[in-house]
Ligand binder design. Structure first.
Ligand SMILES: [Zn+2]
Length: 338
């Protein structure tokens, strides 16, 4: 009896110990989750948000893009979305929105990219030696385009080489690009062919990071939107008026701790990065996963994947390209990332 009693006690104790360990493990998980939520939402994000993003420019009666995408998909006519950028990895800046538009809402998505990014980092990959950076980055982008279920049109305008303080001035870059064919005409033809409801691009004065080629992509895009709508412009195809144009703004507070400045434009709306997207992943997770094919850019992409764990909003500025005009050739004597 005694041995049996001891054995029973031992087994019971053992079970209790296991239960206790399990309880502790579960408790730790719960505590960890609570702490993360607390840090993410309550203190850091809420407290620092205004410091990072400033006040919104409130426009009454404007439906945010996030809502429009849902409404259009629910009505069985998902929005046609076009993203115009300078470099083969730029879609990562707005990947969560692109993932929702294409993968969640099942709308057509078209990416227009102006350079092959041959001035960027090589990631020290042997294939770059073999094929050249332009070709490798192009094939990396092709993989990403498949992940977003998108289509792609890419040009090979000049891409300024690192370091950033050796970049030509923005207006000089614009002139160099134009020598290879007017970028606005190229984008306008893409608009007439794809006929987007929504065009997304960088902001014209800062361009997410201060990169002059991001700013030019934005400036040529809004010029192209005006050209595409103009029945008198010498373009292929029928005129098309883009109904909704947005600049993505990098205004997240965390970016201000690094070297990045906040975009001077106020935001008019935000997009929820943590909303469910596809395959049980949130939009921000899809964006992070879809950065992986950019192997040559792994330094930047790894950083992007890490900081996006804290991001929960994408700031957007809805612009009117017919009244808010920013000349790509405007003289801007600031070198590098300005
Ligand atoms: Zn870029």
């Amino acid at each position: 009896m005694e041995s049996s009693g001891v054995r029973t006690l031992g087994v019971t104790w053992g079970r209790l110990s296991c239960a206790s360990v399990r309880l502790q493990g579960d408790m730790m998980k719960v505590l960890g989750t609570l702490l993360r939520l607390f840090l993410n939402w309550t203190i850091i994000n809420r407290f620092f948000e205004k410091w990072g993003a400033g006040k919104p420019l409130v426009r009454e009666g404007v439906t945010p893009l996030d809502q429009m995408l849902d409404d259009a998909a629910a009505a069985g006519k998902p929005l046609r979305v076009m993203w115009v950028a300078a470099h083969p990895d730029d879609e990562s800046f707005l990947g969560s929105v692109l993932a929702k538009a294409s993968l969640k809402c099942k709308g057509p998505l078209h990416l227009v990219v102006l350079t092959h990014g041959e001035g960027g980092e090589t990631g020290k990959l042997p294939e770059v030696e073999e094929k050249g950076l332009a070709e490798v980055r192009r094939s990396e982008l092709d993989e990403v385009v498949k992940l977003y279920n998108a289509t792609l049109s890419i040009r090979r305008y000049f891409n300024a080489s690192l370091p950033t303080d050796s970049f030509p001035y923005r207006h000089d870059l614009a002139a160099m690009w134009a020598k290879d064919g007017d970028p606005a005409t190229y984008i306008a033809n893409e608009i007439r062919a794809f006929r987007p409801d929504v065009v997304l691009t960088f902001s014209p004065k800062y361009g997410a990071t201060g990169h002059p080629e991001h700013q030019l992509a934005s400036r040529f895009t809004t010029q192209a939107i005006r050209m595409a709508a103009d029945a008198n412009s010498e373009l292929e195809g029928e005129p098309h008026t883009v109904q909704h144009t947005y600049y993505m703004l990098a205004k997240y507070w965390l970016l201000r701790i690094g070297q990045m400045k906040p975009d001077p434009l106020p935001y008019t709306e935000t997009f929820d990065l943590r909303q469910p997207c596809v395959d049980g992943r949130r939009c921000v997770d899809v964006m992070a996963d879809n950065t992986r094919p950019h192997r040559t850019q792994n330094n930047d992409m790894a950083l992007m994947r890490t900081v996006n764990q804290v991001f929960y909003k994408q700031y957007l500025h809805k612009c009117d390209p017919f009244t808010e005009m920013e000349d790509p050739y405007e003289e801007w004597n600031v070198r590098g990332m300005g």
